[in-house]
Design a protein around this ligand. Structure first.
Ligand SMILES: [Zn+2]
Length: 449
């Protein structure tokens, strides 16, 4: 508890706020920059005989509202360190607008519709408070604790909320338009339908937050953590992000790193599904989130991340088709996944090229081989032939023939020698044409990013 200023007469309060008294969570520099010590000269609260502080600074819960209203001056005042816990303030009976309340205590209070417009509340605490439909417009709220608070419909338009802690807070329909939210903490908060347009949210954390239908139009989200947040139908229009904005935890297991597939909360966590509309399948929500994140990263010129989200979206869609029994679509997606990594990997297509060419070459050489214009026959009839140079020559000739077939150039000097070989020629030339088309498709996608 605070020490009384020794120079103050015994009938005066003498309270002077120190950052240590309130456990200020910001830096010492910030405290010194934005606050100045002031000694309370108010008379001691006489109707309450157990205290030698004024009515504002007495360490008492549930103070009588009528006495507080009577003690409150008409003009804005300095009420640093005021203790207003377990209070029930309804309407505008106690106006605190334009006042300075550094490190004030509002824990467990009911403050509906109280006016905090333009109030300076650095380091104040509202833990477990009920502050619905309250106006904090233009208020100065850095490092304020709103932990577990009910802040539905609360208006933080243009407020300064640097490092403010909203852990577990209910912020449904809250307004943060043009607010400064740098380094603010929204861990596990409910921000459903919240409005964050034009907010400066740099390095804020929305870990595990519910952001369904929240609006981040033109918000600055560089360095923001959205890990494990529920992002279904969240609006990210003209939102600014960069490579330090994280939507998913980096891969933790070897399996994650080889599939390099960011995990969407809707795909893996069954606890989140009760947040979705009844007719919404979690995989559909996951597909929606991935698609939005692909667009968002593309618009912010983060093409590598956009590629990863595209692959994840296609994989979610593939799983969805299988669940819905749409096996034809599932088949096409699966094939495109294997052949082109959902249109994202040139390397994958070229690997298939080489695979098909060598496989067809080997098939040619064992199913009849080829003959050249001189009538020389190149084929392999037993594995033993591969111990001779002639055997390897025959194999290479067949692989060469496979290359000309695949690329549909067709070397006029070589011809398939048997019915089996002719059948393979037919299949391979069709596959060759298809694989060339796939390469063009993937290259086209890559250049378009
Ligand atoms: Zn006082």
């Amino acid at each position: 508890m605070a020490e009384k200023n020794a120079e103050v007469p015994t009938n005066r309060c003498g309270f002077e706020l120190q950052s240590d008294d309130i456990g200020f969570s910001g830096s010492d520099q910030a405290w010194e920059k934005w606050t100045s010590p002031v000694c309370c000269w108010r008379p001691i609260w006489e109707s309450h005989d157990e205290t030698n502080w004024c009515i504002w600074h007495a360490d008492v819960d549930e103070k009588p509202l009528a006495e507080l209203i009577a003690a409150r001056a008409d003009s804005p005042e300095r009420l640093d360190g005021a203790i207003l816990r377990h209070l029930h303030i309804q309407g505008e009976a106690l106006s605190l607008g334009d006042c300075t309340l550094h490190g004030a205590r509002f824990d467990n209070s009911k403050l509906q519709e109280t006016d905090f417009t333009n109030t300076d509340l650095i380091g104040a605490t509202f833990t477990d408070a009920d502050i619905t439909e309250t106006a904090f417009t233009d208020a100065f709220l850095p490092w304020v604790a709103f932990i577990d608070a009910n802040l539905r419909f609360t208006d933080f338009t243009d407020a300064f909320l640097r490092g403010t802690d909203f852990t577990n807070a209910d912020l449904q329909y809250a307004y943060f338009t043009d607010a400064l939210l740098r380094e603010a903490v929204f861990t596990n908060a409910n921000l459903q339908d919240a409005e964050l347009s034009d907010a400066d949210a740099r390095y804020a954390s929305f870990r595990h937050a519910t952001l369904q239908n929240a609006v981040f139009t033109r918000a600055d989200c560089r360095g923001v953590t959205f890990t494990s947040a529920l992002l279904y139908e969240t609006v990210f229009a003209d939102t600014r992000i960069n490579s330090t904005t994280t939507f998913f935890d980096p891969p933790t297991t070897f399996y994650d790193s080889i599939t390099s597939r960011p995990g969407c909360v809707y795909e893996e966590n069954s606890l989140t599904t009760d947040q979705l509309p009844d007719d919404m399948q979690p995989l559909e929500a996951a597909r929606w989130v991935y698609r939005r994140l692909e667009t968002l990263h593309e618009k912010n010129a983060l093409s590598e991340e956009a590629r990863q989200f595209h692959i994840s979206k296609e994989e979610a869609e593939r799983a969805l088709y299988r669940k819905q029994g749409k096996f034809r679509r599932w088949g096409v997606k699966t094939l495109m996944g294997y052949l082109t990594k959902h249109g994202e990997s040139v390397q994958r297509v070229l690997t298939w090229w080489l695979g098909v060419i060598f496989a067809a070459g080997i098939l040619f050489s064992i199913s009849g081989g080829v003959t050249d214009s001189n009538g020389t026959h190149y084929a392999i009839t037993s594995l033993g032939e591969l111990e001779t140079i002639a055997g390897w020559q025959a194999l290479l000739m067949n692989v060469y023939f496979s290359v000309t077939t695949f690329s549909t150039i067709m070397d006029g000097g070589l011809a398939p020698a048997g019915t089996g070989t002719r059948a393979i020629v037919a299949i391979e030339s069709v596959m060759g044409a298809l694989f060339v088309a796939l390469l063009v498709f993937v290259l086209g996608r890559r250049t378009a990013r």
